[in-house]
Design a protein around this ligand. Structure first.
Ligand SMILES: [Zn+2]
Length: 323
C-alpha cells in the first residue's frame, strides 16, 4: 500500500478508516452508482469507520438542486447513512484558492491560454481520444505571470500543473499496481479552468484531504485520475489515501451504465416496484458478499476486503429484478 508518511508512521495497528460518498447532482443515480456507494458503505461500516458525504456540484451548468435532492433520497431509500453534514463543493472556493496558491508558491503552476481546438491541432497522435489527449506544453515558460498571459492573449488563462517526467505507481486494492506516465499520457494538466473554476482533480484532492478520507472507493473509470491526484497530494503535503477502484456496472450489451441510463435509474426501478432489499441483495452478490438473497445494507455487514471484488463489470438488465 502506498500511504503518505504520516499515515504509514502510525503505530496503531488499525487506525480508524474514513470513506466518502461523493455523488454529482448532474443526473439521476443509477444501479452502478448504487453499487459503488453500497460497497463504500460496507467498507467503512464493517470497519467501524466514518463515512463522509460530499456533493460534487462544481459544474454550475449541469448541477441541479432537484438532482441533489433525488440523490440523497435514493441513498436513504437504499438504507445508506453517513456521518455529519453534506459538504458541497460549491461552498469550497476559498479552500481551492488556497491550494492553488500553495502550488503556485512551489513554482508548479503556469498560465495556459490555449483553446481546446488549438491543443487538438497541436497534437498529432492519431490514436489519442478525448480522454487521453496530451497537452504538449505550448504555454510552458511563455508568460511570466497570469496578468501577462491575459494582456498578451486577451484571454482568461487556465492554470496547469507542471508534471515531472517518470512513472507514478497507483497501488489499487482491486486493480493491483498500475503505472502511469502522466507527462507522456496527459502532459501538464489543468488545475484551474479558463472560467476560473478548480478542476475535478484539484477539488477532489483538496476535499478528500479536508474530510480526512483514508480510503477512496469509486468507479474504475477514475483509476487514471488517481495518478494525477497522487501528484497533487504530494505537492500539497497530504498523505495519499488507499485506492479501491471498482468495476462499473454494464448493461446486457456490455455498455457501462451512464447517467442517461434512465431505465436503470433508481427512481425508475423504484417506480417499477423494485424494492431496495432486491437492489442491495444484487449489489452484495455481484461483489462476492455473502448473506441473505435480499436485505438491508446492514444485513451484509461483515469483514470487507476490496481485493475480493472481481475486476470484471457485473451486468444488469430489467430481468435481473424480475421486470
Ligand atoms: Zn497553453
Amino acid at each position: 500500500m502506498t500511504r503518505g508518511g504520516a499515515a504509514s508512521m502510525s503505530t496503531s495497528p488499525s487506525p480508524p478508516i474514513v470513506g466518502r460518498l461523493a455523488p454529482s447532482p448532474t443526473g439521476l443515480l443509477h444501479l452502478g452508482h448504487a453499487r459503488s456507494f453500497l460497497l463504500a458503505w460496507w467498507q467503512v461500516r464493517s470497519a467501524g469507520g466514518t463515512l463522509r458525504m460530499r456533493m460534487e456540484d462544481l459544474d454550475a451548468g449541469r448541477s441541479r438542486p432537484e438532482f441533489e435532492a433525488a440523490a440523497l433520497r435514493d441513498l436513504e431509500w437504499l438504507g445508506l447513512d453517513w456521518d455529519g453534514e453534506v459538504l458541497r463543493q460549491s461552498t469550497r472556493h476559498d479552500a481551492y484558492r488556497a491550494a492553488l496558491a500553495r502550488l503556485d508558491d512551489l513554482g508548479r503552476l503556469y498560465p495556459c491560454v490555449c483553446t481546446r481546438a488549438e491543443i487538438e491541432r497541436a497534437v498529432s497522435a492519431p490514436h489519442a481520444d478525448d480522454a487521453t489527449r496530451r497537452y504538449p506544453g505550448t504555454c510552458l515558460g511563455k508568460f511570466s505571470s497570469e496578468d501577462e498571459a491575459r494582456a498578451s492573449s486577451s484571454r482568461e488563462p487556465a492554470l496547469r500543473l507542471r508534471v515531472d517526467p517518470g512513472t507514478t505507481r497507483v497501488e489499487d486494492a482491486v486493480c493491483g499496481p498500475r503505472d502511469f506516465d502522466i507527462q507522456a499520457e496527459v502532459g501538464d494538466f489543468p488545475v484551474r479552468t479558463r472560467d476560473g473554476m478548480p478542476t475535478y482533480q484539484l477539488a477532489v484532492v483538496v476535499d478528500d484531504a479536508a474530510q480526512g478520507v483514508t480510503d477512496v472507493l469509486r468507479g474504475d473509470d477514475l483509476l487514471s485520475s488517481a495518478a494525477r491526484q497522487q501528484v497533487l497530494y504530494a505537492w500539497l503535503g497530504q498523505p495519499t489515501p488507499r485506492w479501491h477502484h471498482v468495476p462499473l456496472v454494464a448493461d446486457l450489451d456490455g455498455q457501462r451504465l451512464a447517467k442517461r441510463s434512465d431505465a436503470m435509474s433508481l427512481v425508475a426501478l423504484r417506480e417499477a416496484g423494485v424494492e431496495p432489499e432486491d437492489l442491495v441483495g444484487w449489489a452484495a452478490r455481484s461483489s462476492g458478499r455473502t448473506g441473505p438473497s435480499r436485505g438491508t445494507p446492514a444485513d451484509f455487514l461483515g469483514s470487507f476486503d476490496s481485493a475480493a471484488i472481481r475486476p470484471e463489470s457485473p451486468t444488469v438488465g430489467p430481468a435481473t429484478f424480475g421486470l
